[in-house]
Design a protein around this ligand. Structure first.
Ligand SMILES: *Cc1c(COP(=O)(O)O)cnc(C)c1O
Length: 384
């Protein structure tokens, strides 16, 4: 936090605009519109934004008032499950698409294969994981070939660009999150961005219980309580001024890890060359040759330490010892019991391998170089 957030929050308090209308919401939506050249709708969470995007995409694909029931949606397999839940909220069928090596995001070859198998699919929902843009050149070629509707989950990638264009702005719909752990935060909150004004207005209406323009509470469509609070918007509005500063701090963290771990049998998460990542999290992938034995079931893990070898959980345990937080790479959706019965399309099975050999390193932008050097030493010791 910096001081501006408190100032805007206090303004909301002092002027009694404590609900879901007010200056902070309007200004925030304008700030995001300016940054993305899209219409912006401030909502209670990134998940709410993804849900609204899924409903808008459904109407665009299948007609007004239609649901997603029985329709397949192509979606990222290696992601956080909030990317996928809106498909289930709407009764759709997720078809998981594996990742590619260059970006750890949706593999264009697997997406092509998916369209060969299910040519009727009309909606594609992809994530820009860990703040690295997906391979949007190839992906957009495929989307355009099939006249599909794209939803971008840019919850982790705010401010990241591909060939100079903001992630979230390639398709009809994009979403950012202001959850407590994201690159900028409001403690909670999210925003939907849309190409068309009509879509933004629909989302604004749906997210405030679908109230019609009438003297009484008149309802003709299903509604949701998804609008952002003007208090939260004050925090996000203040944070917007620090987005670039936070990105710079995250880049420094990535570079420091890269240098400090350069002689170990590891690689960091890729930063696609056509793009500029926001480096939200730095992730480590251990070379196969340097992996000690490690097995997992649905809830537990076992590993066996070996000389000159390690595994994600040995490093995570060592980090935990010094009270530093790390985490395994997100577990692929097709491996989750919740999603077991849905199709998974892959050319390489890379996502499973990243989950097995990879971990997210402590990446807080308040981490000092001295603390980070200590963390690097602790990681290095695991390889001895
Ligand atoms: C955080 C996150 C979300 C959800 O955002 P909330 O604001 O927490 O609802 C969605 N997708 C991804 C990839 C995320 O990391």
């Amino acid at each position: 936090m910096h001081d501006l957030e408190m100032q805007y929050m206090e303004e909301a308090y002092k002027t009694n605009w404590m609900s879901t209308v007010g200056e902070n919401i309007n200004t925030l939506e304008n700030q995001i519109s300016k940054m993305t050249d899209h219409y912006a709708v401030a909502l209670s969470s990134g998940t709410a934004a993804l849900h609204m995007a899924m409903k808008l995409a459904t109407e665009r694909a299948y007609g007004k008032g239609e649901t997603l029931r029985g329709h397949r949606v192509f979606c990222s397999d290696l992601t956080f499950d909030a990317s996928i839940n809106p498909i289930l909220y709407e009764g759709g069928i997720p078809v998981f698409i594996d990742v590619e090596k260059d970006s750890w995001n949706m593999d264009p070859d697997a997406l092509r294969k998916a369209f060969d198998t299910y040519p009727e699919v009309k909606i594609v929902a992809l994530v820009h994981l860990y703040g690295t843009p997906a391979n949007m050149g190839e992906i957009m070629n495929i989307i355009n070939e099939h006249d599909a509707i794209l939803i971008e989950d840019a919850a982790e990638s705010m401010g990241a660009t591909y060939k100079g264009k903001q992630t979230g702005t390639f398709g009809h719909y994009g979403c950012y999150s202001f959850n407590g752990n994201k690159i900028i935060t409001g403690s909670s909150g999210g925003v939907l961005i849309c190409k068309d004004e009509e879509d933004a207005n629909k989302a604004r209406k749906w997210s405030t219980q679908s109230r019609e323009n009438a003297p009484w509470y008149q309802h003709e469509e299903l509604g949701y309580n998804y609008r952002m609070s003007n208090v939260i918007a004050g925090v996000v509005r203040g944070q917007m001024n620090y987005l670039q500063e936070h990105i710079n701090q995250k880049k420094d963290i990535y570079e420091r890890y890269k240098e400090g771990l350069s002689d170990l049998p590891v690689t960091l998460n890729p930063l696609i060359k056509e793009g500029q990542a926001n480096n939200w999290l730095t992730c480590l992938l251990i070379d196969e040759e340097a992996m000690c034995p490690q097995i997992r079931d649905d809830h537990n893990v076992l590993y066996k330490s070996e000389k000159n070898k390690t595994c994600p959980h040995e490093i995570l345990d060592a980090l935990n010892e010094i009270n530093a937080e790390g985490r395994p790479i997100w577990k692929p959706m097709h491996m989750q019991p919740l999603f077991h019965r849905y199709p998974f399309i892959t050319c390489t099975h890379l996502g499973e391998d990243l989950f097995r050999r990879g971990l997210c390193l402590p990446s807080d932008n308040k981490m000092t170089p001295e603390v980070q050097d200590y963390i690097i030493d602790v990681i290095r010791a695991c390889f001895e």
